[in-house]
Design a protein around this ligand. Structure first.
Ligand code: ATP
Ligand code: MG
Length: 425
């Protein structure tokens, strides 16, 4: 066939989808446990939302957006990340007036960035993430981080590390900014054109440049931690002490700066140290931001959140050789001993399904042996064989496929046994 997938996209095939359900289910139950509610926002938004919300000096906005004009000439963009949309919805629906501050929201869905596709980097990828908007209490920072760590623990990923940093408040950042400009200015011509453009716009971002990360001036750049004022130091100390209190290990890395223009105070990344990734890979990144709600014409409101790349988490699970259990194994395959009993098979399979039991039959006119093979292939827990004799006596042979044991049962007993097996899954 000539038409194939667009570059940087993937089909998720039926044999992979159980892993997706597994992650989605875990994330959802953990978020709800921490009292976050789901929000679903549109896949496309006005381009301006991301220009303002992500920042027009970021790689995302300058290079990576899927932007198009609709039939009326409006500029729209496929969302490259989740925070801007969630904050827009927060303002649009006046959630700031809600007495339940902070408003705690989570999301799960596709994001789009025009990047060079490679392992763990796609053009359409999936993020699960969350935002807590309306509180600047440092315990929320610890909570958001612990939720992410708890999620990784619950899916069985052990080789992960947490890196945190503080960007301080506005005052601290301004002082640091001046120091960065003074540091890079004399030799800025040795840097890439992106960094040259960043020097006065957002010099912090030079530290995050993928082209110039090995330049010696990056390593020797002034550390933000030396510029934190008392309030910011105190804030960071509280976040760290809460993390200590709940037993979460972390490393402080003063060079950890993150994409958004609005980040302040806590930033963090969770990396996978799984072998086979080559270098460490970031699974999850997030932090506290201030000014974003105001940017969208809401009241002055702080927020914090993270985004997690689902495809990368799946890669990490794969590298760690973690088997994902089949959440819905087949309980019973109903086998026809003769073609004449087909109608009874249709009826019985229907009855099992009405009782919530997962049941399957043959649709390919297979002989008895072929049906048994098919049941095996589909990993049925039980098979039941029905023929004319069984219809006459009303007693069926139920076979436990794991032990090979067989039982004679009535149809009602069959249902009771299989209901129990379904419940035990
Ligand atoms: P990177 O430095 O890898 O480009 P980023 O800083 O652009 O990451 P964020 O915007 O913080 O990433 O997104 C959060 C998470 O989303 C990342 O840690 C990663 O797991 C995932 N992610 C980002 N871009 C992609 C992509 N193109 N394909 C797959 N996953 C991605
Ligand atoms: Mg990126």
């Amino acid at each position: 066939m000539e038409i194939q997938l667009p570059r940087g996209t993937r089909d998720i095939l039926p044999d992979e989808v159980a892993s997706w359900h597994f992650l989605e289910e875990k994330f959802r139950s953990i978020c709800e446990n921490y009292r976050y509610s789901e929000i679903r926002t549109p896949i496309f938004e006005h381009t301006e939302l991301f220009e303002r919300g992500v920042g027009d000096s970021t790689d995302i906005v300058t290079k990576e957006m899927y932007t198009f004009a609709d039939k009326k000439g409006r500029s729209l963009t496929l969302r490259p990340e989740g925070t801007a949309s969630v904050v827009r919805a927060f303002v649009e629906h006046k959630m700031f007036g809600d007495v339940n501050q902070p408003v705690k929201l989570y999301y799960n869905g596709p994001m789009f960035r025009y990047e060079r596709p490679q392992g763990g980097r796609q053009r359409q990828f999936t993020q699960m993430g969350l935002e807590a908007i309306g509180s600047d209490d440092p315990s929320i920072d610890a909570e958001v981080i612990s939720l992410a760590m708890n999620f990784f623990r619950s899916i069985g990923l052990k080789n992960i590390s947490l890196i945190i940093n503080s960007l301080g408040d506005k005052e601290s950042r301004l002082k640091h900014r001046e120091a960065l400009i003074a540091h890079f200015e004399p030799r800025i011509d040795e840097f890439c054109s992106d960094c040259q453009a960043r020097l006065y716009k957002n010099p912090l971002r030079i530290l995050d440049c993928k082209t110039d990360h090995a330049h010696p001036l990056v390593a020797s750049a002034p550390s933000i931690l030396d510029f934190l004022n008392e309030e910011s130091k105190d804030y960071f100390a509280k976040v760290k002490s809460f993390l200590d209190a709940i037993g979460i290990n972390y490393t402080v890395d003063p060079t950890l700066v993150r994409g958004l223009d609005y980040y302040n105070h806590t930033t963090f990344e969770i990396m996978s140290d799984e072998e086979g990734f080559g270098a460490k890979t970031t699974l999850c990144g997030g932090g506290r931001y201030h000014g974003l709600v105001q940017e969208f014409d809401g009241p002055d409101t702080p927020g914090i959140g993270f985004g997690m790349g689902v495809e990368r988490v799946l890669l990490a699970l794969d590298k760690a050789k973690i088997e994902i259990p089949d959440a819905n194994p087949l309980v019973c395959y109903v086998i026809a001993a003769q073609p004449e009993v087909e109608e009874k098979i249709v009826q019985l399979v229907n009855r099992l399904r009405m009782h919530g039991i997962s049941a399957e039959k043959d649709y390919q006119k297979r002989k008895l042996k072929g049906q048994l093979k098919d049941a095996d292939r589909k990993k049925a827990k039980y098979t039941v064989i029905i023929g004319e004799d069984e219809l006459r006596t009303g007693e069926y042979t139920l076979k436990d496929m794991a032990t090979g044991k067989q039982f004679l049962v009535t149809e009602d007993e069959l249902i009771t046994t299989l209901e129990k097996a379904e419940g035990d899954k």
